[in-house]
Ligand binder design. Structure first.
Ligand SMILES: Nc1nc2c(ncn2[C@@H]2O[C@H](COP(=O)(O)OP(=O)(O)OP(=O)(O)O)[C@@H](O)[C@H]2O)c(=O)[nH]1
Ligand SMILES: [Mg+2]
Length: 347
């Protein structure tokens, strides 16, 4: 499936229907009074969050959205039909911006959340409404008011609990494919992953968290090198990063340098990124030369205060422990901060 995370669309609410000009015509009633009905209201435009969607792809093919217009008023004081409202389905994590002003209008995160975006126009009043004691045959009616319209930019920021970051080839996609049902492409060349993937990870029996795999970063990514940093926004809302470090086929000092490069790119994209806790994950422990270098590198990261895990996604070594630790950390990060134990009650 194609992944689209930014689109521009035009939406319009329905116009109100026109009020009717009509007089009662009936056998044996010489001069029937005014009986023109009101126009119907135009339909509204809503957004609704649908968890079955995970991309903005549909908006590539359809750009204009319009709710139904109100029907015109009719004789015998019949009200015109109200226009049909339009509900536009979006994936969780959709941000709605006004294209002209750049203002953020909504952040749609909760499944089934619904938002009234535009109001339909009001129906105009028919001439029956304008009858007074002095003007019993009014010929006045109102047109309906036009429905609102707007050009919007929709941007998707995926919602995940933990994000995988690291150089290309570090083993990010291999890890997510081991711990979840996600099946991203895996290969021994850089930039195998071209779009983000989400995977639901089960742990501790019935608990779950969502992991996001994004394309690898390289030096200068924030200036557009490699695939750039535009996919980083999909891990902006995670609580935690797993920073994958590959020790295979590296020169002396290279893994530590790479680690610093990635963090610099994260910071350039958004300084808040460095505030998130990072777990350092040394990958590919089944390779002998990797295993040999691991203790020294591990000591280095521990000294800097990072929790370190050594895993092999190939053999499964260390993977369960890692998943359990991620679950634990997420639970700690989310625990209410002001948890002072209540004073014991004493008579
Ligand atoms: N021996 C060994 N190889 C691994 C392990 N994990 C990943 N690899 C290999 O490393 C290569 C890169 O793995 P990917 O999972 O595609 O790496 P990635 O970080 O997703 O790479 P990009 O998507 O390009 O950023 C592949 O050839 C994998 O088979 C591991 O635990 N052991
Ligand atoms: Mg990948």
């Amino acid at each position: 499936m194609k992944f689209v995370d930014e689109v521009k669309i035009h939406i319009k609410a329905g116009d109100g229907g026109r009020g009717c000009l009509s007089f009662r015509r009936e056998k044996f009633v010489a001069m029937g009074g005014p009986d023109g009905g009101d126009g119907g209201h135009g339909g509204n435009v809503y957004f609704r969050v649908t968890s079955s969607l995970s991309t903005l792809l549909d908006f590539r093919y359809k750009v204009h959205y319009k709710a139904g217009r109100g029907g015109h008023g009719l004789g015998k004081t019949m009200h015109g039909k109200n226009g049909e409202s339009l509900i536009i389905q979006v994936p969780p994590g959709t941000l709605v911006y006004d294209e002209e002003t750049g203002e953020l209008l909504a952040d749609l995160t909760e499944p089934d959340q619904e938002l009234l975006m535009l109001k339909g126009g009001m129906g105009g009043r028919g001439n029956a409404r304008f009858a007074t004691s002095t003007n019993r045959a009014p010929r006045h009616t109102q047109p309906g008011t036009p429905g609102e319209e707007r050009t919007l930019r929709l941007q998707l920021k995926l919602l995940a609990d933990v994000g995988l970051v690291g150089m290309p080839n570090a083993g990010k996609s291999t890890l997510i494919s081991k711990v979840s049902a996600a099946k991203p492409k895996i290969a021994d060349y850089p930039f195998t992953t071209l779009v983000p993937n989400l995977g639901v990870v089960r742990y501790g029996g019935f608990k779950t968290f969502v992991m996001a795999d994004i394309p690898g970063l390289i030096q200068g990514a924030s200036e557009g090198h490699g695939l750039g940093t535009r996919f980083l926004r999909h891990v902006e809302r995670t609580d935690l990063f797993l920073h994958l470090v590959d020790l295979s086929m590296m020169q002396e000092g290279e893994p530590l340098e790479n680690f610093a490069i990635i963090n610099r790119e994260l910071e350039r994209h958004n300084p808040e990124m460095l505030r998130k806790p990072q777990l350092v994950v040394l990958t590919k422990m089944d390779i002998t030369e990797v295993r040999e270098q691991a203790p020294e590198i591990e000591a280095h990261f521990r000294e800097k205060g990072y929790p370190v895990f050594a895993i092999s996604a190939a053999t499964g070594e260390g993977v369960d422990e890692l998943v359990i630790e991620i679950g634990k950390q997420l639970e700690t990060l989310r625990a209410p901060k002001d948890e002072t134990p209540a004073e014991p009650w004493s008579p």
